[in-house]
Design a protein around this ligand. Structure first.
Ligand SMILES: Cc1cc2nc3c(=O)[nH]c(=O)nc-3n(C[C@H](O)[C@H](O)[C@H](O)COP(=O)(O)O)c2cc1C
Length: 220
């Protein structure tokens, strides 16, 4: 798969089959992703890749919290600025509308929306997941490095015929993830990621993007 195809075909997939992902493939991808760039080559990423019993345990414990009405852990960082201004607010709303449309969920279907969000904590059925941590002493430049690393892994997963979904949602139940992976106290969960083979029987959506002129300025 060439790099354009990998970029074009990567989407946040939210329906996975239970086909297992081999440890060899996971090791190959994570090994190659370590070539991602980072300022000063700090390589600030600390990843845990879970399959089998360990992932089942995270899902089970999280499901128990959700069933008990537990709204989640105190946040270590906010997912979005509190008052999203234009054009970000509109882009976020448009993406949500596109996602819910393919699921047949309309604006008023509060319970269906809650269920769609809750699917995050079952990794959308994926048999593998990655949880990426950063040392809390790191700054915004190193958080940007983590983004490059995660995108590198997602493109490499495409090259292996796999799909993924990056998930800030896992930070909501970060203490449950920590019970299973036991990260050092000084590490913060940046992002989770579901990994697996797409279940093609469930609807998929290709979320739009702003026109190039809105986000890129060419000067000559
Ligand atoms: C850092 C990050 C966190 C995300 N967190 C979630 C999440 O918790 N749940 C989810 O369903 N999608 C999540 N997404 C996926 C985005 O919603 C998705 O990338 C965006 O809507 C664009 O769609 P596309 O990736 O399919 O093109 C996340 C993406 C990124 C980059």
């Amino acid at each position: 798969m060439d790099i354009y195809s990998a970029v074009e075909s990567r989407r946040a997939v939210r329906a996975f089959s239970d086909q297992p992902v081999s440890t060899d493939v996971l090791k190959r991808v994570l090994g190659a992703a370590s070539r991602a760039p980072s300022g000063g080559n700090l390589q600030p990423w600390n990843s845990y890749v879970l399959t089998g019993a360990s992932l089942a345990e995270v899902k089970k414990r999280t499901a128990e919290r959700i069933a008990a009405g537990d709204p989640g852990d105190e946040r270590e960082f906010e997912m979005y600025p509190p008052d999203l201004t234009s054009p970000y607010r509109e882009r976020r709303r448009a993406a949500a509308e596109q996602r819910y449309r393919v699921l047949g969920i309309s604006c008023g279907d509060e319970q269906d929306r809650r269920d769609a969000v809750a699917a995050n904590w079952n990794c959308f059925g994926a048999p593998a997941a990655l949880f990426c941590y950063i040392d809390r002493a790191m700054g915004s430049a190193q958080w940007a490095d983590i983004g490059m690393y995660l995108q590198t892994t997602m493109l490499l997963f495409r090259a292996e015929g796999l799909h993924s979904c990056p998930q800030l949602a896992w930070t909501v139940y970060r203490t449950t993830v920590a019970q299973v992976v036991s990260p050092p106290e000084e590490h913060v969960l940046v992002c989770g990621m579901s990994i697996g083979y797409e279940d093609p029987t469930l609807g998929s959506v290709r979320i739009g993007r702003a026109p190039l002129a809105e986000t890129v300025t060419f000067l000559n």
